[in-house]
Design a protein around this ligand. Structure first.
Ligand SMILES: C[S@@+](CC[C@H](N)C(=O)[O-])C[C@H]1O[C@@H](n2cnc3c(N)ncnc32)[C@H](O)[C@@H]1O
Length: 729
């Protein structure tokens, strides 16, 4: 600390002012480095790991079960908290690679960075605001990189994918987190062919950086295919399957099918060699002789490896078949041949920011082996999961967006074996969808005792430490104080009252210390207070759901936020804490109409009211009673027997609002039943199944926009808390 800093610190302390976060780095400097990135709000590594809440993973459903023990994992929730839980699984030996090494072998992340910042003000204010947003993004990503490093196997590695705007900051952060010596590559991926950026060079690339965790890492040297241009230029010969005839292809001409393409190899000796100078089948030798002696010449001839020109004055040359050179070109750190997704591409999921499968194929192939665990903590449309399936790797995908989760689910139901989602159908290995941070309480309370007990302890950040005090069984500790998980099933109907606490106090009060915690479903408590003081001991009620969690974790919870328009899908989401699923209240009207001047009928679902409730709330703009709607997702041909929502189309709240709170789509998309999932901004869902017949026939000439409830067949419905079914009023 400099003398000036010391002086300033004394002044702050004397005045009673609060110390700003920068002081923590001055007072407790991290290990000395030659240089490091300094910015507002940078936390100490130790604090990040220690203060991140581990939220339990609640299985929602397993798909494609086949009796094997490992299930790939698709996790809905904030990745930071989910990774803390995965870290505990790693420590318990539950995450192991094909060769038994603990941890994940490969991490690929493509975090979002919202470049479209709404900011009104002067240029200086804007520049300042951009920097604040930038620093927050750097810290958001750094916190996750620290956890990812912990999750990696000792011989694992990480690819971070960003565009040019922030990669330089994050590379410095990666040097700090992994160590500068663990930098392996910076990769330039040309993601678009041309770009006209007025006044500067067109920006056509993204950057990926590769870091290893330890001294060794998996490296399967990737090879690449020759480009079509290259093939057309050099592999200009083609021979018949029986090798008796050949042709020279004209520019752009295709070889007849089953004919093999080849190019000519130089067959002349570089130095004068009398023993290699001989005539062969009437062809004269080159000036220095052939490349091989007469015996080898005969052998190559028998094997069909020689090209004899029709003109005897020409030279014999060797053949180099296209099939032998395919995929043989070593890959450099500039990736040119992987094109972005085209609108009609068979792998397109209509998810903004989706990356091509070919990109992930290269990464996963190079840096992992079959059976290894690949983690993508910003899964998006699930490119990593899909490619991991195709390359026989195991995977874990995390995303905090409902749209992402349903997109991945759909993608895995429709997998094709080849990269680019082509070829034969491929059945995805078993995978389980988990909730992390947003829980279905109805299911929780039906868990077997051991599962419930450990869920409850994890939820409140307690240590699992069974112990007996004064003859009473306790399950764990919280801040060194005993914790008891109430067995609400064994003691069905029993209530925890002040008398219950008094009897605990009589038996163990003298040995408990100053605090004791009881975890139980909210309705099991027979009193309203957060704690009851008996003698020296404060008996806290940890109600499930949420009660005094703020006090316990001493921080404000931030809810997961779902986007309300397509641009916002690429926002960073930083959620802290947990919540319980609360199905929004929904009322809607359906009908059919024909917009003026249009030939096709349009069906519509009008949202009459939508209310949601979440423990963690933030101020928001008013939108009538529909202010918490994030999006509506539709499955046009819902298969009730399979009971799986198979996403077909998404409508964002902003667009729905602009359309008079109507979701409109061509009526011919309706088949038998439609499932609509109404998602609120906290990630809660209201689901309804609507029969095609309920939409009724269209009124000719009727504009959907102005359709009144009585203008078409109308159904009013209220979504219920049921997971997949809805009860109609
Ligand atoms: C750029 S996209 C990833 C696209 C993906 N690589 C693909 O090929 O489809 C980033 C994703 O990160 C998710 N995301 C943002 N913040 C997150 C968080 N804290 N935890 C988990 N996912 C998050 C967003 O929902 C978005 O789907």
């Amino acid at each position: 600390m400099t003398p000036e800093q010391r002086q300033r610190l004394l002044e702050i302390l004397a005045s009673g002012e609060e110390l700003s976060p920068e002081w923590s780095r001055i007072l407790f400097p991290p290990e000395k480095r030659e240089y490091e990135l300094v910015y507002h709000g940078k936390e100490r590594e130790e604090d990040i790991i220690a203060n991140t809440l581990a939220v339990p993973l609640q299985p929602v459903r397993t798909f494609n079960k086949n009796g094997v023990e490992w299930h790939n994992k698709l996790i809905f929730g904030d990745n930071l908290q989910a990774m803390k839980t995965l870290l505990e699984m790693k420590r318990r030996g539950e995450l192991c690679n094909a060769d038994g090494t603990p941890g994940v072998r490969l991490v690929y992340i493509d975090p979002p960075f919202a470049t479209k910042q709404e900011f009104r003000g002067s240029q200086d204010q804007k520049a300042y605001q951009d920097k604040v947003v930038g620093a927050q993004f750097v810290e958001f990503t750094r916190r996750r990189l620290i956890l990812l490093r912990e999750l990696l196997a000792d011989d694992g590695c990480l690819y971070l994918h960003l565009d040019v705007k922030k990669i330089h900051y994050l590379k410095v952060v990666l040097d700090e987190v992994f160590g500068e010596g663990c930098f392996v590559n910076e990769i330039i991926w040309q993601r678009t062919a041309s770009h006209n950026d007025p006044g500067r060079y067109g920006c056509v690339h993204d950057t990926l950086v590769l870091y290893r965790k330890g001294s060794s890492y998996i490296w399967n040297s990737p090879k690449t295919e020759q480009t079509q241009d290259y093939i057309d230029k050099f592999f200009v010969y083609a021979e018949s399957p029986d090798k008796t005839s050949w042709i020279r292809l004209k520019k752009g001409e295709n070889a007849p099918s089953s004919w093999e393409r080849y190019r000519l190899g130089n067959f002349a000796s570089p130095h004068p060699r009398p023993n290699l100078t001989y005539d062969y089948k009437g062809y004269k030798p080159p000036a220095n002789g052939w490349k091989v002696n007469i015996d080898r010449m005969r052998q190559m001839d028998e094997e069909g490896l020689l090209h004899f020109p029709s003109d005897k004055d020409g030279r014999i040359q060797s053949k180099q078949y296209l099939r032998d050179t395919l995929g043989n070109k070593a890959v450099s750190d500039v990736w040119l041949g992987i094109s972005p997704l085209q609108a009609q591409s068979s792998e397109k999921q209509h998810y903004p920011t989706q990356k091509p499968e070919q990109l992930l194929e290269r990464i996963i192939f190079a840096s992992s082996n079959p059976g290894d665990i690949i983690l993508d903590a910003f899964t998006g449309s699930g490119t990593t999961c899909a490619v991991a399936e195709k390359l026989s790797r195991r995977w874990i995908g995390i995303d905090c967006g409902k749209l992402a989760i349903y997109t991945v689910q759909k993608r895995l139901f429709n997998l094709k074996a080849n990269i680019g989602n082509k070829g034969a159908a491929l059945k995805a290995k078993p995978f389980t969808l988990y909730n992390a941070g947003l829980y279905d309480f109805g299911r929780l309370k039906d868990l077997p005792w051991d599962d419930w007990r450990s869920f409850a302890l994890t939820l409140f950040g307690c240590q699992d430490a069974p112990q007996r005090i004064g003859g009473i069984q306790f399950d764990g500790t919280l801040k060194a104080c005993p914790v008891q998980v109430f067995d609400h099933r064994k003691q069905a109907g029993a209530t925890i009252t002040e008398d219950t606490l008094r009897s605990i106090h009589e038996a163990a009060g003298a040995k408990i210390g100053t605090r004791m915690f009881i975890i139980a479903p909210a309705m099991a408590f027979g009193f309203q207070q957060d704690y009851i003081q008996i003698g020296e001991v404060r008996y806290y009620a940890l109600r499930v759901p949420y009660s005094i969690i703020h006090e316990l974790h001493q921080r404000d919870f931030l809810a997961l936020k779902q986007p309300t328009d397509e641009m916002a899908v690429n926002n960073t989401v930083d959620a802290v804490g947990f919540d319980f699923i609360r199905t929004p209240e929904l009322e809607y009207t359906v009908g059919c109409g024909k917009p003026e001047g249009e030939l096709l009928e349009e069906a519509f679902i009008r949202i009459d009211s939508f209310h949601s409730e979440a423990v963690v709330r933030e101020p928001m703009q008013k939108r009538g009673n529909r202010e918490t709607l994030s999006m509506v997702m539709l499955d046009y041909d819902y298969d009730a027997a399979a009971d799986v929502f198979d996403l077909d189309e998404v409508f964002y709240a902003n667009a729905i609002e602009a359309a008079g709170w109507e979701v409109r789509f061509p009526a011919n998309r309706l088949t038998n039943k439609l499932m609509a999932v109404f998602v609120d901004i906290y990630g809660n869902e209201a689901r309804v199944v609507i029969s095609a017949s309920e939409f009724g026939p269209a009124k000719p000439g009727k504009r959907v926009r102005t359709a009144k409830p009585d203008a078409a067949k109308v159904t009013k419905a209220k979504a219920t808390p049921a997971k997949t079914k809805s009860r109609k009023k």
